[in-house]
Design a protein around this ligand. Sequence first.
Ligand code: PRP
Length: 185
Amino acid sequence: MKAIRDDIKEVLVSEEEIDAIVTRIAGEIDRDYSGEGRKLVMVCILKGSLPFMGDLMKRVTVPVEIDCMKVSSYGKGTESSGQIHISLDLIRPDIAECDILIIEDIVDSGVTLSHLTKYLEFKGARSVKCATLLDKPSRRKVEFVPDYCGKVVPDEFVVGYGLDYNEMYRALPYVGVLKPEVYEK
Ligand code: PRP
């Protein structure tokens, strides 16, 4: 039987590098959220951010609550910069006390994160920041700068560690570049 690793052209972010990124960002979060009266809530954006969220939440040492949202952008992959559709919302009566940290696997066009940040601010969160494992600034359609970034990557078809192609490859423990013949056939 074929192994999913056979479809990977090259490893872009190895398990060791991911581990170092998680340690670095967890340290930055500890430094920034250790103040008196902070209420850090890490919000995992399903599904791609699951592995990063799982690793990062275990590495921070400041008090943290966790939550999840599911969000997609309309017109993804097209010229439309559209709006976002929220299929799992953040429902918290204490939102005004929450320092929300959105956890993402990748920022691409920036549409999802720019809208989501404004949405959570509009809902009344005390603060809203974003930590992303990967950033592809060359693909931006709207301006968005993540507060915490694991690695800037080139515009290649990346999968693994949460990132998918047709829902596959999310379970790979590293981020790799997909062989073109997989998505061109
Ligand atoms: C990805 C990623 C972000 C969004 C970024 O999610 O997790 O939410 O796309 O793209 P953008 O910057 O162009 O808006 P996706 O819609 O692929 O969902 P998934 O995590 O469930 O795979």
